[in-house]
Design a protein. Sequence first.
Lengths: 334, 235
Amino acid sequence: MISIKELEMKKIKDLEAQYPFVLSFFENNKLNVDGFKDSTFIEYLNHFTEEEIEEWAIDVPKISSDLEAYINQMLEFLGLEKDNVDSITILAGRDKYGNKENFEELTINKSEIVSIVGPTGSGKSRLLADIEWAANGDTPTGRTILINGEKPDYSMRFSTSNKLVAQLSQNMNFIMDLTVKEFLELHAKSRMVENEQEVVLKIVEAANELAGEKFNLNTPVTGLSGGQSRALMIADTAILSTSPIVLIDEIENAGIDRKRALNLLVNEEKIVLMATHDPSLALMADKRIVIKNGGIYKVNETGSKEKEVLKELEKMDKTINTMRAKLRNGETIN
Amino acid sequence: MNLVIISGPPSSGKTSVILKTIEAIKKRSINAGVVKFDCLYTDDDILYEKAGIPVRKGLSGSLCPDHFFASNIEEVVKWGNKEGLDLLITESAGLCNRCSPYLNGIKAICVIDNLSGINTPKKIGPMLKTADIIVITKGDIVSQAEREVFASRVNSVNPKAVIMSVNGLTGQGAFELSTLIYDENANIETVKGSELKFPMPSAMCSYCLGETRIGEEYQMGNVRKMYIGEENDKH
């Protein structure tokens, strides 16, 4: 832990050497420290004139106390043994009519896939929110979520760097004007990974294995096709996101190998929850949760008969995909 | 009565977040009302009325909305107490992003959205930097990576704030927000004598006073010139 006093007496160049992440604090707070490297932080703060303070809305005492909080958060984050989440357990609550849910408890281990089925508006979002918030009987459903079989430290509800759940949904788009490489570098920086270039290449390679059509590092992210975007989002979430649980809201059956996508997440030891209306996806899961009236109505294991049916469905999916590729290539079907 | 001041750029989702949050908080039998501040036009009051929420609105018209807020908040708090509200939420849009309506000792929430771009945290001043809670919206339409980068940048400009995601459409996160905004033991009877968290700029120039003509001889008072030459990028 560093205190404001210590921090203010340090030279800027020493701060930067000791805590490299202060560079992004300076940048995001528009603190231009060029020419002040040999000054102490307090000397730098005191150089602002009254006019500058008013013009640029600079809150000098707040900058010191924010920097103190920021450095200590980052030190804590870096020093943190990644809390391994090996399993989550859902303890039953109530549906929207106040009836007890039709199960006692459900444990999902890492590398396991669970699908969530049920009509639109049946309570899938609430289930996800309960998991994300690590509900402790204190949400409208009264459910309790255990992490590794225990109640977690609830301070993680407010942590920005340690979110429990990463989400991938059908409506997601890239909105940044960056190339794939710049985009992944930016994400890697915010996660403070050390071997940035290696990670970037690994993600693109993984994404290209999922996508029907290949893209390269210099493709703008906003220029990717629907399938390519989803492939990149899934690969990036699997490899770079620190969240141990991934919630997927439907993966469209076009331009992406869905089975491989799920395998990638499972290989990266994620816990995968997948809301879907598509029977193939629903059956690719090990278990499926059926939601009705805001509550969990059933938990079904995917049976051996169902796995045979899945093979049939996969064949049909393949037929559709081959057909699509043929038509796009200008072939005719006789 | 509890008082919560919510602000954020236009169209960031403030009204949707407030509606969903009040929906969640009503279940605890807390009587919540809203005062909406806007500039030229708003019909959000109709949305609140439809939801059965006591509402008042104020349009700042030709005045800076933050100055208008500061001149009216005392009466607004009186209204809330007279209505017998347990919780009064004020909603206002920051327009030039220089100021904020927050008062010392009053819970301040800033709503910003993922679609506004990752440099937004740099562009917004005290409205973001001095908020106690930062709500990030529209997370359902951008990628996980962009959400993570956006949240980490918000954190770097206000490391002490609680940062959370709320989906204004589905309400995901609104229940969680509702648990943070009401404190049984808090009771605000008046804000007379309260202070703004951050002073507004003393910017009075000839255009503030109705000047319309362009040209140096018409400019008086607090005037600042761009550096257009070689030095441009340094300012």
